[in-house]
Design a protein around this ligand. Structure first.
Ligand SMILES: NC(=O)c1ccc[n+]([C@@H]2O[C@H](COP(=O)([O-])OP(=O)(O)OC[C@H]3O[C@@H](n4cnc5c(N)ncnc54)[C@H](O)[C@@H]3O)[C@@H](O)[C@H]2O)c1
Ligand SMILES: N[C@H](C(=O)O)[C@H](O)COP(=O)(O)O
Length: 310
């Protein structure tokens, strides 16, 4: 049977709450929830649910935990959940890992440089380049750059990086999603995709040459398109994925359209990793108001991908 690891994430956030909800739903796989058993039992009591039916791999907290209150003492615990899941994926114990949200800020406050699961897992698997993609409501929004300050975005979009991003996206749309000939829409960086060079030259100097090169390899790439209209119905028609140049150019649209049912997938990794499309929602931890739908969708997507790659 397919076995999937689910990391319960930041203990003060809604990760434990939504993991508890997994017990009430049937999945065509065995799910192993990684987390502190006492924490999960405490949260279950607060929510009026039981641990029955939840397969828990105990990883001990490093410090006490109060719902809604971050504590740097548990930063190492959060990373240990990832390490245990990753080791299980690498050994073959797990077919995939699904991650509940963690809090990037508190991990950095603990003195550990950290930008996200995506970059962490790339580093831990010695993968030079991965691609973040969020999917939901029929969209598959991949990002040319991820967690970096806006002022650094333009410099990070080099021909080599963009080419690699498109190659990974194209390959994984085929391998992990089963699209034989993916049609990818590519956004420009600047307003109106640069307005012919009058509002920025990245389209002319970087994006167009990369698209032309890859089209010669028969990739179906459309763009660079003005990002403000890329996500309109007519432009989207027939596309399998959309490449945004930076985090909020693509994810604001995706989360508007699909928050609560969207998933996050790391493309280009040697293992399968999916995640929720939301954060730690500290305001909702222990309240019973956190929706587990995105986690359910992430688990289902991981199972699908595991089957496809088996
Ligand atoms: N996959 C991840 O690990 C992941 C993803 C996104 C953000 N984050 C991190 O989460 C932290 C908080 O981020 P944020 O405040 O920007 O975003 P957030 O998603 O935690 O919260 C945004 C809003 O959405 C609500 N919300 C979030 N998830 C919900 C759910 N499942 N059900 C109902 N309502 C929900 C919250 O209450 C809040 O009002 C940050 O440290 C961020 O980096 C982690
Ligand atoms: N960029 C993601 C989002 O906004 O949903 C999120 O921060 C999670 O990223 P990682 O999967 O790299 O932690």
């Amino acid at each position: 049977m397919t076995v999937i690891a689910v990391t319960s994430g930041e203990p003060a956030g809604i990760g434990p709450d939504i993991c508890l909800a997994l017990a009430a739903k049937a999945f065509p796989a065995r799910l192993v929830v990684l987390g502190d058993r006492g924490l999960l039992a405490e949260r279950a009591a607060a929510l009026g649910v039981t641990l029955d039916g939840l397969d828990i791999r105990h990883v001990p907290l490093r410090g006490p935990c109060v719902a809604g209150r971050l504590d740097v003492a548990n930063a190492r615990y959060v990373l240990e959940l990832l390490d245990v899941a990753l080791a299980g994926c690498q050994s073959g114990e797990f077919a995939a890992m699904v991650t509940a949200p963690l809090h990037k800020g508190v991990i950095n406050d603990a003195g550990i440089a950290f930008t996200g699961h995506t970059e962490y897992l790339a580093g831990k698997t010695d993968t030079r380049r991965v691609v973040m993609m969020l999917a939901g409501a029929g969209l598959r929004v991949a990002l040319a750059t991820t967690h970096l300050p806006l002022k650094d975005v333009a410099a990070a979009i080099t021909p080599a990086e963009l080419e690699t991003t498109l190659r990974i996206l194209h390959a994984d749309l085929r391998a992990k999603f089963g699209f034989a000939r993916p049609r990818i829409l590519v956004a420009g960086l600047n307003p109106h995709a640069g307005e012919g060079g009058h509002m920025g030259r990245e389209e002319i100097d970087v994006i167009v040459p990369v698209l032309e090169k890859l089209r010669r390899e028969d990739m179906e790439l459309v763009g660079p398109l003005p990002a403000d209209t890329l996500f309109t119905k007519n432009v989207l028609a027939g596309s399998h994925a959309q490449l945004a140049m930076y985090h909020d150019q693509g994810l604001a649209v995706l989360k508007y359209a699909a928050f609560d049912e969207g998933i996050n997938v790391t493309l280009g990794l040697p293992i399968i990793r999916t995640s929720v499309d939301h954060g730690t929602a500290l305001d909702l931890a222990g309240s019973g108001r956190a929706s587990p739908s995105s986690l359910f969708a992430a688990v289902e997507a991981a199972i699908d991908m595991a089957r496809r790659s088996a």
